[in-house]
Design a protein around this ligand. Sequence first.
Ligand code: PLP
Length: 442
Amino acid sequence: MMRKQTQLMAEAHLHMPQGVAENYRYWGDNRTVFIQSAKGCELTDCDGKVYVDFRLGYGPIILGYRDERVDQAVIEQITQRGTLSGFATPLDTQVVKQIKSLCPQIEKLRFANSGTEAVMGAIRTARGYTKRDRIACVEGGFHGLFDEVMWKSDIESWDPAGVQEPRIIPFGSGIPTKTRDLLDIIGLNDFAALENLFKRRCDELACVLLEPIIGNAGSISASQAWLQRLRDLCTQNGTLLIIDEVKTGFRVARGGAQSLYGIYGDLTTFAKAMGNGYPVAAFGGRADVMSVVGSHQGGVVHGGTYTANLVALSAAHRTLDILAHTNALETAHQMGEKVRDLLGRVFTSIGLVHSFAGPPSMLGIHFTETIPQSYRDWRKTNSDLFRRFAWELIDRGVMLEPDSREPWFLCEAHQTMDLGWLEDVVTQSITAALDAEARDKA
Ligand SMILES: Cc1ncc(COP(=O)(O)O)c(C=O)c1O
């Protein structure tokens, strides 16, 4: 019998480019996943196959899919009070106060609908405050889909053994070359590049934008010393530090990555885990910096029809309440530790070199001896083997992104998963992946 997936894919091709609602969902005609439903830590696809999911929609799910506590709060909001009016509500301030109680660096905040929008707001605010135009980012980071940050090091076609630097290329077509003019990209943990950036750009640089734990490069992390030096150089040069916590916020710790380092940005962006899957985001930070936002003469413009809509805010209100007052995050971390130990046990038993990067609730898995310190180090890992391993796992009912740049996400609901089953599946999958690799090499 024909798979439902085949029918749905064929039909979707008639109506959407590549047959998907956004680029990253297209995994090839046979592989693109159509989901029927999700609950807890599991997904069920259109053909009834069930997966334990470590992808979690690229990170927003921190409690579990269809968490009844959050869903109930949203249902009450939309059935009793409404979804949006285009006016202020008491919930706006309540949610800001919740965020401030978890993240001491936040003095004032504004909401957004996506990580992309939050980052755009933070950059515009930094430019408005500093009256400077240039921005800098870190190689391997990702900050959303707007032209200015859609430039990257072409790491795939870079020769790690050669002397050439990777080329900087746009993510794709449609991005004007001019949008590259105001952007510098430096390597994570590269002290020389950092000093050089500030030497060249000192009084032109509005902000440096980075994920200290790179959620889009396998949780490769800034060292304490490098992040501190970046913080100090920003302060000395009047440049604002924007910490992008879209993936790490309310996930790696209640106070996000910054609370793990004890080093704080002037501005922070949030999204994903703050709403457990409901589309909500925010940016905020120092009161003096945020005070440039507003409709006064020369103020930074921020707004949007759906900003602080009450579907999003009621979800954030309940999610943040659960994260603040229950052991949900501790549970997600413990499950991450268990998964990390299990993977380590299996890999060690077959003599496979491996290393883990990042915190257990956002676990980077790399086939290499030492933990990568930069995106260029990632290129030297055996990411092809990871890809084979991932497809074997997916075939056996474990969902993940088949790219080791995407960490494994853990949520509270993973506490129900069968670790014995997972260990068997991991063992079978890595054995099959290594066999296939050996066959191809022969
Ligand atoms: C660190 C970071 N910033 C920004 C974004 C963009 O967020 P969104 O996809 O909600 O626009 C992402 C998305 O994955 C991200 O990981």
